[in-house]
Design a protein around this ligand. Structure first.
Ligand code: NAP
Length: 260
């Protein structure tokens, strides 16, 4: 299937590694131009190099989205260099473990800000360009928005708000034919996931315990499996799909726990 993403500029926030990195690679494989934003030039430049070696397009844009004015600067820089923005993937986030007990009002506010604010900022600054391209927005939320996790109030609040904003923006942007959708990953091995696992005393045992409860195939979801869904949603092949939440998680969130 031709996703018709050739030469389309897609901004992938947190697109240098993990799920965002897989989305950047999938966009590039489809002939699109992923512009991956991250803080660390090491991982950004190494992805740039990897794509160049495969004769694929894509570029790294350095920036810390938690700093004021980064979003505005990133959008201006991208439009100056590449001329248009077809789609925005809001993806950068951190499960920072700010809970009711291990946390306080200030750390909660900080966690919500760091996980949520740049989703709004990026959508706000990209909007004039998405209106021109009649493009779309894809928000990467989390299963935590629906299931809870315990001990992570700030992250859970931000992930829930991302789902609310997906519907809110899908409604507001109907007149411009801009679609807005969300993906809720569950268990995907990424640098973020690894560091979360390492917070347990026996991380291997915790991993096996989780895997044993994933209905389809008793395995983690691969980052490419999230990315394949993402490129379809970003493409005009999903031209009548908006305001939707997707769970590519092997049935983890929705199937009966007693299934073997
Ligand atoms: P990851 O491995 O930590 O990758 C995150 C990416 O975001 C990296 O490219 C990182 O690059 C970038 N990033 C982080 N903070 C940033 C900031 N302040 N400014 C700019 N870039 C930033 O995370 P992941 O596991 O792939 O998670 C991606 C998304 O999926 C997150 O929203 C997460 O909540 C969601 N999710 C993941 C899972 C899972 O199982 N992995 C489950 C549910 C939801 P730098 O470090 O260089 O900045």
């Amino acid at each position: 299937m031709d996703l018709k993403l050739k030469d389309k500029v897609i901004l992938v926030i947190g697109g240098t590694q993990g799920i965002g990195g897989a989305i950047s690679r999938a966009v590039a494989r489809e002939g699109g131009v992923p512009l991956f934003v991250g803080r660390n030039p090491g991982s950004g430049e190494s992805l740039e190099e990897e794509l160049r070696e495969k004769n694929l397009q894509g570029a790294f844009v350095q920036g810390d989205l938690n700093e004021i004015d980064t979003s505005k600067r990133v959008v201006e820089e991208v439009v100056q260099r590449f001329g248009h923005i077809y789609a925005l993937v809001n993806n950068a986030g951190i499960n920072d473990g700010v809970g009711l007990e291990k946390g306080n009002p200030a750390s909660f506010a900080n966690s919500v800000f760091n996980n949520l604010n740049h989703y709004y900022e990026m959508a706000h600054y990209c909007l004039p360009h998405l209106k021109i391209s009649q493009g779309n927005i894809l928000n990467i939320s989390s299963k935590v928005a629906l299931t809870g996790q315990g001990g992570t109030s700030g992250y859970a609040a931000a992930k829930g708000a991302q789902l609310a904003l997906t519907r809110e923006w899908a409604a507001e942007l109907l007149p411009y034919k801009i679609r807005v959708n969300a993906i809720m990953p569950a268990e995907v091995m990424t640098p973020l996931y690894k560091s979360w696992l390492e917070s347990f005393e026996d991380s291997e045992m915790k991993l096996q315990e989780i895997i044993s409860k994933i209905p389809l195939g008793k395995r983690m979801t691969k980052d490419e499996e999230i990315a394949d869904l993402a490129v379809f949603l970003l493409s005009e092949r999903s031209s009548h799909t908006t305001a939707q939440f997707f769970n590519p998680d092997g049935g983890y969130v929705h199937l009966d726990r007693s299934l073997t």
